[in-house]
Design a protein around this ligand. Structure first.
Ligand code: ADP
Ligand code: MG
Ligand code: ZN
Length: 683
């Protein structure tokens, strides 16, 4: 086959060599570029089918493909699959007999292999790179390429050295593949591998069946909210991600009162973890409360809910974790709970994982050219055992210390400090991004897709997250504005009419000079105006006295210009969590219940319906069942019980009144409005 192969030829090869009838989204273009000999970077989520994107071009180009893979398990899996397709495959890694490795090399040198898999550290074995260079390669595939970058969340020092071996293996094209690389990591991969005029493919991060909710929930209220959510069988199976082992055990214990649930974290022995994983996989356990250690190995398609009981450290991690929901393509929901307290927890983690540079300095200064036993150094250090180990680990990663196999440590290069500082800052920056994600009024799915660098796909709102469809939110609650808030919204619009934009702070001072409204409530109102499409907010920054000051530019949109006095009543303001998930303990401070009773959002409970309202509710329920069946979704996705009850009580007669009913957002009204009005007005 040649570079000019047409579509039919490629599909034929796909069928004959791999037994697949058609390419998945994104695969064909990548295969074509690789067959043409281009260097490329492919970023597609896990399970999207990246392997084929190097395997098919390898076969098409002829010769042996060299595949670098960081994990023996991943390698063994790919090797077994390829062998099953009838390809000649060999591997070389530390977990195998020397004779087998030697055989693999001999087969390679005879030009007898389609694929040779290697672990990156093999390249450090004297003579091995030279041996590889004796054959002309079809291509070089670097799997899990984010491991190359210190900015990736899985950095491996052995991967960083790959770049220096690549030139000797040219002219083969280099293909870097990863499921998780932000634009910054992508740039780093290209640079470190010295890729020539590379093509970048970023594809497939949007998940159409995931509805993402981000909700502010105070720490103490989370267990009750989680129990409330998971008490409904249709929301299970579920994974709850906890931020600590302790939290994971407590939640698991609490949940096991209502549903088979277990904890899973790195502090449990391997046997227990294995048992939990298998039980979850087989359906004996319906909920697992895990720390991040869980999920890599699970292959369960029908997970309906993923809950984060605290803020994750990175958006990459968050995306991977919510991505475990709904692999079967059916509607699934994910909930991210956060509050100010999470920031403090993370500051603690950051300080632990990225100790102050003077800790590293103290260890570095004690090092010499002659290796010293680690234990002796640890004992002599003024740092605690944990601090010492952490500092040494970081020093080693950044080249400031060398640890030999006998456990001796000697001094390394001087450059560690800069590299370490940059990485610590980068880590803190990643968490900043999580915070900004939670605070942003942008569609959740769009924000995630953009985070991975797919600008093209990021423009389309998902229609089902808490931002796109506030009324459809399950855990997050919205309310209509008070008279004061309506007036304030008018003033904001009035102020913005006069200017191109205002910084959020300036705007607040202009419309509320006396400072009656606190910052939070003001932001909540602004966010509501963004969701309604009346204003736009753009993150901006400037430098002052050497530090970067961030601010938000607030601008009126075309729709905002036309904002009439009545329209502000339709705003939906974020208001914590829905009452049905609130802890039964009364809240302290301002009596929220009283404030809520006044707001127009609250529906009467079904029990309080009048006979007439009950008759309408029955009609609505019947319609809802049929509609849910037609759409293939659970009934609550069509209408929530409380929305249904509110409709039966309010009996809206026109679209405007419909929108005033609690739980009926613009998206719902557009989808179901006509049908509902028809039912209620009897037409
Ligand atoms: P990842 O992107 O995570 O590396 P893999 O390459 O391991 O994903 O592919 C995931 C699964 O999808 C594998 O079982 C693979 O055989 C399958 N697959 C890949 N491409 C196709 C295709 N065109 N048609 C059907 N199955 C495919
Ligand atoms: Mg893969
Ligand atoms: Zn959305």
């Amino acid at each position: 086959m040649t570079a000019s192969s047409n579509s039919r030829d490629l599909t034929a090869l796909l069928r004959s060599a791999f037994g697949f009838s058609h390419f998945r989204a994104g695969q064909e273009a990548v295969c074509r570029a690789a067959i043409d000999g281009r260097d490329l970077l492919l970023v597609m989520p896990t399970g999207a089918g990246k392997s084929l994107c190097y395997q098919l071009p390898a076969i098409a180009r002829g010769g042996t493909a060299l595949v670098v893979s960081p994990l023996i398990a991943l390698m063994e899996d790919q090797v077994a699959k390829l062998a099953a397709f009838g390809f000649r495959v060999a591997r070389v890694h530390s977990g195998m007999e020397r004779a087998a490795a030697r055989q693999a090399c001999a087969d390679y040198l005879r030009g007898d292999l389609h694929f040779l898999f290697i672990a990156p550290e093999r390249l450090r074995v004297p003579g091995f790179p030279e041996m590889l260079a004796k054959q002309k390669l079809a291509l070089i595939a670097i799997d899990e390429a984010h491991c190359i970058s210190q900015w990736g969340h899985d950095f491996r020092p052995d991967y960083r050295m790959l770049g220096q071996y690549v030139p000797a293996l040219r002219p083969a094209p280099v293909l870097a593949l990863t499921a998780t690389a932000t634009p910054g990591v992508q740039a780093d991969i290209l640079a470190q591998l010295g890729m020539a005029d590379p093509l970048k493919f970023t594809h497939g991060f949007r998940r159409n069946n995931l509805a993402v909710e981000v909700v502010e929930v105070p720490m103490p209220e989370r267990p009750a909210a989680i129990r409330g959510l998971l008490s409904q069988p249709q929301r299970r199976p579920a994974i709850v991600y906890a931020i600590s082992r302790k939290q994971s055990e407590r939640l698991a214990e609490e949940l096991s009162r209502i549903v088979p649930a277990a904890a899973y974290h790195a502090g449990l022995d391997a046997e227990t973890r294995e048992r939990v994983q298998t039980a979850f996989q087989d359906g004996q356990l319906e909920v697992v409360v895990a720390t991040i250690a869980f999920g890599m190995g699970i292959d369960k398609a029908d997970i309906r809910t993923v809950i984060h009981a605290g803020l994750p450290g990175t958006l990459e991690g968050f995306y991977q974790e919510i991505g475990r929901a709904g692999r079967d393509g059916l509607p699934s929901r994910t909930y991210l709970m956060h509050s100010y307290a999470d920031q403090r927890t993370h500051d603690f983690f950051l300080n632990r994982d990225y100790p102050p540079a003077d800790h590293l300095d103290a260890v570095y200064r004690a090092l010499g050219e002659q290796p010293q036993p680690v234990e002796e150094m640890r004992a002599a250090s003024r740092l605690s055992e944990e601090e010492f180990d952490k500092a040494l680990e970081k020093l080693e990663i950044h080249g400031g210390a060398r640890v030999d196999f006998g456990g001796g440590v000697s001094i390394g290069g001087k450059g560690w400090k800069k590299a370490y500082t940059i990485q610590a800052q980068y880590r803190a920056g990643q968490f900043e991004k999580v915070l900004r994600f939670t605070a942003s009024p942008e569609c959740r799915m769009s924000a995630l897709v953009r985070h991975f660098g797919d600008e093209e796909d990021a423009g389309r709102p998902c229609g089902q997250c808490d931002i796109c469809d506030p009324a459809g939110a399950v855990l997050r609650q919205f309310r209509h504005p008070t008279a004061r808030e309506r007036a304030l919204a008018q003033e904001i619009a009035g102020e913005l009419r006069l200017v191109d934009y205002r910084a959020a702070g300036t705007l607040q001072r202009a419309v509320d000079p006396e400072g009656h409204v606190n910052r939070r409530d003001f932001d909540a109102l602004l966010d509501a105006m963004v969701r309604a499409g009346w204003v736009e907010i753009e993150e901006a920054e400037f430098e002052k006295d050497g530090s970067v000051i961030r601010f938000r530019k607030v601008r009126l949109t075309g729709a905002g210009f036309d904002l009439g006095p009545a329209t502000a009543a339709h705003l939906l303001i974020g208001d914590g969590i829905a009452d049905e998930f609130a802890a039964s303990v009364p809240r302290s401070g301002k009596t929220k219940t009283a404030a809520r009773a006044k707001s127009p959002r609250k529906a009467e409970a079904p029990a309080q319906l009048t006979p007439q309202a009950e008759a309408f509710a029955a009609r609505l329920r019947e319609w809802r069942t049929a509609e849910a069946r037609r759409l293939g979704v659970p009934p609550y996705l069509v209408l929530h019980d409380r929305t249904l009850a509110a409709l039966a009580v309010a009996r809206p007669a026109n679209p405007r009144q419909l929108l005033e009913v609690d739980g009926m957002g613009p998206a719902k009204a557009e989808k179901f409005g006509a049908a509902i009005l028809g039912l209620l007005t009897g037409s």
